[in-house]
Write a new protein. Structure first.
Length: 170
């Protein structure tokens, strides 16, 4: 019987160190090439910003056609929703550590027909949807964002239930 001695590969300490250094450089390079995806709350916060902008615009247009006491209320609600936009944009900026994405709504400069101004009831309906949306999102989040959205939901709820409550006949 013929015995063949086993051949052990020669691995020097230098080869192990060079291999480890190469792997660590490759790992660092591959990590630097990709940018991390934005947190999932970004899209949700952008949607809340759009809701606040739309509500403010709706309230402003309704105020232009409303009588003085209601017009003042609608103007104040538009200003409040503008504050919500600012607070949400600040949080979005903090969240992504960059400039908040700006989105603009486009409108036709020459409408085919005169646009009827929205009513206070339509503003109240939009505020109700915004309150429900913000409350639902607040329940999914935690910390400051949850508090911010809870506060916005409460403000929208008070706006449509109290400030824009239809007058009941006696």
């Amino acid at each position: 019987m013929l015995l063949v001695p086993s051949v052990n590969p020669v691995v020097s300490r230098r080869r192990v160190l060079v291999g480890a250094a190469t792997l660590s450089l490759l790992g660092a390079a591959s990590a630097a090439c990709g940018t991390p995806p934005p947190p999932p709350e970004v899209d949700e916060l952008i949607a809340q910003i759009e809701r606040a902008r739309n509500d403010g615009s709706l309230a402003t247009r309704a105020a232009a056609a409303a009588r003085p006491p209601l017009a003042q209320t609608l103007t104040e609600l538009a200003a409040e929703r503008a504050e919500h936009v600012r607070a949400l944009e600040d949080e979005l900026t903090r969240l992504v550590r960059a400039g908040a994405p700006t989105t603009t709504t486009t409108s036709s400069s020459t409408p085919a027909e005169p646009v009827k101004p929205p009513t206070a009831a339509e503003v109240a309906g939009a505020l109700r949807q915004s309150a429900e949306s913000a409350a639902g999102l607040a329940a999914q989040l935690s910390g400051y964002r949850a508090g911010l959205l809870g506060s916005i939901a409460a403000a929208c709820t008070a706006a449509y239930l109290v400030a824009l409550a239809p007058e009941e006949s006696s």
